[in-house]
Design a protein around this ligand. Structure first.
Ligand code: G4P
Length: 539
């Protein structure tokens, strides 16, 4: 496990003020609305309604593809930087977008390797939903700190204890209330801030007005009664007494370890509870954390620059086949024009046009610190999992490639253009949009994905970006395993099982399977070999 520290001794203030996080939620819980309010308070947008990349999962297929075609939208929303003042401190927030559709869970996983914390948004009426749970599990694999925002409290919602219990039970994490709702549904008037003994009152008349804070000395302060009707006050006092007795108190170290999640209640659309959550991210969402790497971990405080590619987006501008590699800076202070070493190829790369993403714009990044996300336009040299350093041969680890769950053959509609297909597929493989396997016997390719929608998106992109109609067709194979072992043994195995063997885009040997039985047989007959369902991206 990584050595997470809340206050690394020598973190330069520029790095210590950075908070890099993602929002995870089930579609419709309010991720887009919350993102918009973050950007609004971060000064990145002027009015609500400017964030166009809305919850993908609610879209129809054609909408989704149209959105994919309009690359600008999803790209500008991929990583957003903005400043936020909490107390007398100015923070730099880097919000990394997670793809909403469950078909892209692998992409989501990789996105979460680039953040130090996650904000989990749940709908107060629905609690923990399927997608929330899946995404949470991914965060847990990385022990990410998780802050929870229970949204839509302006509507009829579930009992507060019930919501907290559900999260604790379904996700096996301690939950500590940072705020407590006062009233339910139409009677909801605001929250009691349990961390600062304040009343936060929601303004129903003006959705964009930030709640009024009323400082009090505690529950016995007579000032409360001026703002909270007697029956709600009675219930609040009773609830808080019980909460303080039954629920764990906030322990920053536990939050950092990912074993405790503080929960805020609010209503994103009413701009309520959002600032408190942002203050929570500033206060408890950790500063940039060390990154696991080989041969040694990289610390954010290190003077020398290191960063890694966690996402590649191609053809953002169809006129120039450029690609943008999204790089999470792991250490140091990067300046535009720096020459970094591309560790995989050992070649120097001058980073002259790095971009920084703001809400609806991208601009040249003159500098970046550990924790920041920059985009590096390139012609395909940068791949997911690649590390860039100031010379040291460090390889960031923990960015896996998962075995696909669906496999199909693919053919060019026009056989004369088969070469283009080859190129297009390699590009998508490098982008991480699909797994592409070249069978040892025969022609053509087998494409593997995690969700069926990806085939359609791929077909549409190949046609759009390469002018090449393609046909996907059923394949006899259902899954794939990377083959590891001594070189000779792998070669002997490949020759003896030619009809099952293919090569991935790195040239590594992959065993295509039809049934679990195939895997069992290989494990029995070839004890020297291991079959694995994941492969670390990189060589
Ligand atoms: P998502 O990105 O997680 O999918 O959710 P999104 O923000 O798009 O919100 C989903 C719906 O929930 C939207 O309504 C949005 O307005 C609404 N919503 C978000 N926050 C709150 C809240 O605090 N209270 C209430 N009552 N509703 C909220 P929609 O009708 O689907 O879209 P729209 O027409 O309002 O944009």
């Amino acid at each position: 496990m990584l050595d997470r520290t809340s206050n690394a001794p020598d973190l330069p203030p520029e790095i210590a003020r950075r908070r890099t996080f993602a929002i995870i939620s089930h579609p419709d819980a309010g991720k887009t609305t919350l993102t918009e309010k973050f950007l609004l308070y971060g000064g990145a947008i002027q009015t609500a309604g400017q964030v166009r990349a809305k919850g993908e999962a609610r879209r129809t297929r054609s909408d989704f593809m149209k959105m994919e075609q309009d690359r600008g939208i999803s790209v500008s929303a991929s990583a957003m930087a903005f400043d936020y003042a909490s107390g007398d401190q100015e923070y730099r927030f880097n919000l990394v977008d997670t793809p909403g559709h469950s078909d892209f869970s692998e992409d989501t996983y990789r996105t979460l390797t680039a953040v130090d914390a996650a904000v989990m948004v749940i709908d107060g009426a629905k609690g923990v939903e399927s997608q929330t749970q899946k995404l949470f599990e991914v965060c847990r694999m990385r022990d990410l700190p998780i802050l929870t925002f229970c949204n839509k409290m302006d509507r009829e919602s579930r009992d507060t204890f019930e919501i907290i219990d559900e999260i604790q039970e379904m996700l096996a994490i301690h939950v500590t209330p940072a705020s407590w709702p006062i009233g339910v549904g139409a009677d909801f008037i605001g929250c009691y801030d349990m961390l600062r003994d304040r009343l936060e009152l929601m303004d129903r008349a003006d959705r964009n007005k930030v709640a009024e804070s009323i400082q009090i000395t505690g529950l016995d302060d007579p000032k409360i009664a001026e703002h909270v009707p007697p029956q709600l006050l009675e219930k609040l006092i009773e609830d808080l007494e019980m909460a303080r007795e039954l629920l764990p108190a906030l322990d920053p170290q536990e939050v950092l370890d990912g074993t405790m999640s503080p929960i805020w209640f609010g209503s994103a659309i009413n701009s309520f509870g959002v600032k408190e959550l942002m203050d929570g991210i500033a206060g408890y969402g950790p500063e940039p954390q060390p990154q696991s790497a080989e041969p040694r971990q990289v610390g954010p405080e290190e003077k020398k620059v290191a960063g890694f590619v966690f996402k590649v987006q191609a053809n953002m501008d169809p006129k120039h086949r450029d690609r943008v590699a999204f790089v999470r800076m792991a250490s140091g202070h990067f300046k535009r024009g720096m020459k970094l070493t591309h560790v995989r190829t050992k070649k120097p790369m001058a980073i002259s046009n790095p971009v920084l993403f703001l809400a609806s714009d991208r601009e040249l990044a003159e500098e970046a610190w550990a924790g920041d996300i920059i985009g590096i336009p390139n012609h395909g040299q940068l791949r997911i999992g690649d590390t860039l350093t100031e010379g040291e041969a460090i390889r960031v680890t923990g960015i896996p490639s998962f075995a696909p769950e669906l496999l199909q053959g693919v053919r060019a509609g026009d056989p004369m253009k088969a070469k283009h297909l080859d190129k297009a597929l390699m590009q998508f493989a490098e982008e991480g949009a699909a797994k592409v396997f070249k069978p040892m016997i025969g022609s053509g390719f087998i494409v593997g994905v995690v969700g069926a929608l990806q085939f359609e998106v791929l077909a549409s992109r190949i046609e759009l970006e390469y002018g090449l109609p393609v046909r996907f067709e059923a394949s006899q194979f259902t899954s794939a395993r990377w083959v590891h072992g001594p070189k000779d043994a792998v070669e002997t195995f490949a020759q003896a099982n030619r009809q099952h063997i293919s090569y991935d885009n790195d040239g590594d040997v992959v065993y295509l399977t039809r049934l679990q039985w195939d895997i069992d047989r290989v494990e029995r007959d070839y004890p020297d070999l291991t079959l694995s369902a994941t492969k670390e991206m990189m060589v």
